[in-house]
Design a protein around this ligand. Structure first.
Ligand code: GAR
Length: 196
């Protein structure tokens, strides 16, 4: 059984989809949900599900990313995860942190990478006049929102879409895609899955 730690920054809906998927014959189990914001709503939801939680507020560390990551790492290492899932985790990680988890850290990003790494993905897709949008799960490398693609799901952009309405449509697909990718990944499958 693979041990999975999940990092969140907010509501944690992707985290919940992942946690709920890890039952029965699933090859992995959640061992920790950690956040960089002690007020992250997802922490309460994870605790309600009986999962160990931790919070390391990044703000007191200022520009000291290594210091923040060292504090976070203490919690993560104590949970001895085999796989680390970034699920709406909004802090950029240093190359040192990424190297430590190379080949066992996943991220979900709300665009069809390589399009729109970084922030405001839905607004950028609308501004570009794209006919479709979507989400990507990828392995994390030192380059932001880069790394081998493990899965993608697509949605149409509809007339009258706002960034919010598009985000909501994509989020539904995120909750479908990420659990599928994690299940495959935990079983050793690295070939990407493309959902219609
Ligand atoms: C999700 O849409 C996720 O793809 C995005 O933040 C949201 C988190 O929602 N992640 C990023 O933008 C990463 N740069 P959640 O907390 O409800 O899962």
């Amino acid at each position: 059984m693979k041990r999975v730690a999940l990092l969140i920054s907010g509501g944690g809906s992707n985290m919940l989809a992942l946690v709920r998927s890890m039952t029965g014959d699933h090859p992995a189990r959640p061992v920790l949900v950690a956040a960089n914001d002690p007020g992250a709503a997802g922490l309460v939801r994870a605790a309600e599900l009986g999962i160990a939680t931790a919070a390391v507020d990044h703000r007191p560390f200022g520009k000291d990313r290594e210091g923040f990551e060292a504090a976070l790492l203490a919690h993560i290492e104590a949970a001895r995860p085999d796989i680390l899932c970034l699920a709406g985790f909004m802090r950029v990680l240093t190359p040192g942190f990424v190297a430590r988890f190379e080949g066992r850290m996943l991220n979900i990003h709300p665009s069809l990478l390589p399009k729109y790494p970084g922030l405001h993905t839905h607004r950028r897709a609308l501004e570009a006049g794209d006919a479709e949008a979507g989400c990507t799960v990828h392995e994390v490398t030192a380059v932001l929102d880069d790394g081998p693609i493990l899965g993608q799901a697509r949605v149409p952009v509809l007339p009258g879409d706002s960034a919010d309405s598009l985000a909501a449509r994509v989020l539904v697909e995120e909750h479908r895609l990420y659990p599928q990718v994690l299940r495959r990944y935990a079983s050793g499958v690295r070939a990407p899955v493309f959902l219609p």
